[in-house]
Design a protein around this ligand. Structure first.
Ligand code: FES
Ligand SMILES: [Fe+2]
Length: 431
């Protein structure tokens, strides 16, 4: 349970709020690179943490991210012409470069003092891991983009997409640090045996461990970028089945299902406003290209980490159609009757309300990750308010992390399990 004041601090990210200012100390993904596929392509609307913006790729390939209102009389630059290294307002032809500088004012006489003096708000951008990142914070302390592992690899080794979720960012993040829900939400219906159903995430053996132990034991290790949380369930004999998740400030994670040699999956949450959030999703394999067949499945929403998407990266099964819940399937096939692990998560999280009321919760021992995440976010946001800048934003290399599953001897500590599975205690990719 949280106080109303703490909940408000956690969930609000508009400019000027404590969490909004905290998020603005980090680079955040604001678009997929492929949404701006080539120089001088059409501009796109961007909304991030309540700010309405327009992004365009100029003739040289650089991405500009500008406020939408033209400095002349406020027409929306989304309708602008992207031409010859600038975005030109359709109303009277004022033109802006990627820095927001007004470089042409055709309705102002040559030599007039206004020339060269007008700019609109522009945020710096970078491209990394097939995502356009933006920095919306103070210009005197711009950090570096975090080195998430998929961005360090050749394009053949990764797949990147995004989807819209229609609830506050923090309750979706709650879901990611809570691996206990897997024993229910993503399970087959009781008595259902086959692992061939698309609704089921893991093999029969893992499903057994997950189902038989709904009370995983959690251990949390803090590190420079956030923390890693391990949930241990009884496996066969004296072994434990560990599901290990990374949380990276302010809102990235790596999922706990990947077994050694398999593909890794990560997410970045970027608030659109307080009532919706973009989830950027990436798959990567450090050693080999992702085969075309696997890629095709991702595109159709297979493999759990990806949702089946309609136009605008909006999931086909969503809040508006009750996620196409099938009650017959719920009886006989899957715990929810909803197809897709992502859609199941989305249903559980969005159904908590557009902004979850955390004052009415009754938390249990398996919510330890959720509690840790919320406390860390509140501590960090309040520290910034007192003038203490977040250190994680200055440690881009600390984000080179992995997470996943392991089945190892129950006599090993979490630290030993991490070292055995990833080569380092924190899951950092060995140099
Ligand atoms: S409103 Fe944009 S040029 Fe006039
Ligand atoms: Fe889930």
């Amino acid at each position: 349970m949280m106080s109303e004041a703490d909940n408000e601090t956690l969930v609000r990210t508009n400019a000027g709020t404590p969490m909004g200012e905290y998020f603005r100390r980090y680079w955040l993904p604001v678009a997929l690179s492929r949404e701006l596929p080539e120089p001088d392509c059409p501009p796109i609307r961007i909304k991030v943490m309540g700010e309405e913006l327009v992004a365009f790729r100029d003739t040289k390939g650089q991405v500009g991210l500008l406020e939408t209102a033209c400095a002349h009389r406020g027409s929306n630059l989304f309708f602008g012409r992207n031409e010859d290294c600038g975005l030109r307002c359709i109303h009277h032809g004022w033109k802006y470069d990627v820095q927001g500088k007004c470089i042409e004012m055709p309705n102002v006489p040559p030599g007039a003092s206004l020339h060269g003096k007008v700019s609109i708000k522009a945020y710096p951008t970078r491209e990394y891991g097939e995502m356009v990142w933006a920095y919306l914070g103070p210009k005197d302390c711009i950090p570096q983009v975090p080195q998430l592992e998929h961005g360090l690899l050749p394009a053949s080794h990764r797949y990147v997409t995004k989807r819209l979720q229609q609830c506050n960012w923090a309750q979706s993040m709650d879901g990611t640090v809570d691996t206990a829900h897997f024993s229910f939400l993503h399970m087959p219906a009781p008595g259902f045996k086959s692992n061939s159903a698309e609704n089921i995430a893991a093999d029969e053996k893992r499903i057994g461990w997950l189902r038989n132990d709904p009370l995983p034991q959690f251990t949390i290790l803090s590190h420079e970028a956030g923390f890693v949380i391990g949930g241990a369930r009884k496996a066969d004999g004296q072994e434990l089945y560990w599901r290990i998740t990374q949380f990276m400030l302010p809102s990235h994670s790596i999922t706990p299902s990947t077994m050694p040699g398999e593909t890794y999956y990560g997410y970045s949450w970027v608030p659109v406003d307080d009532e919706s959030v973009w989830i950027y999703v990436y798959a990567w394999h450090p050693e080999q290209p992702i085969p075309a067949a696997e890629r095709a499945k991702y595109e159709k929403g297979g493999y759990g980490q990806f949702a089946e998407l309609g136009p605008g990266y909006i999931p086909v099964r969503n809040r508006a159609n009750d996620y196409l819940i099938n009650r017959e399937q719920q009886k006989k096939v899957s715990f929810t009757g909803i197809s897709g692990i992502s859609e199941q998560d989305m249903m559980a999280q969005e159904s908590q309300g557009v902004i979850a009321d955390r004052t009415r919760e009754n938390l249990t021992a398996t919510d330890i990750g959720v509690v840790h995440f919320r406390r860390l976010m509140l501590r960090e946001a309040r520290a910034l308010r007192e003038g203490i800048e977040p250190t994680a934003a200055r440690r881009p290399e600390a984000y080179r992390l992995r997470a996943g599953g392991a089945v190892l001897s129950g006599s090993l500590s979490f630290e030993e399990t991490m070292t055995e599975r990833f080569g380092t205690i924190t899951g950092k990719v060995p140099a």
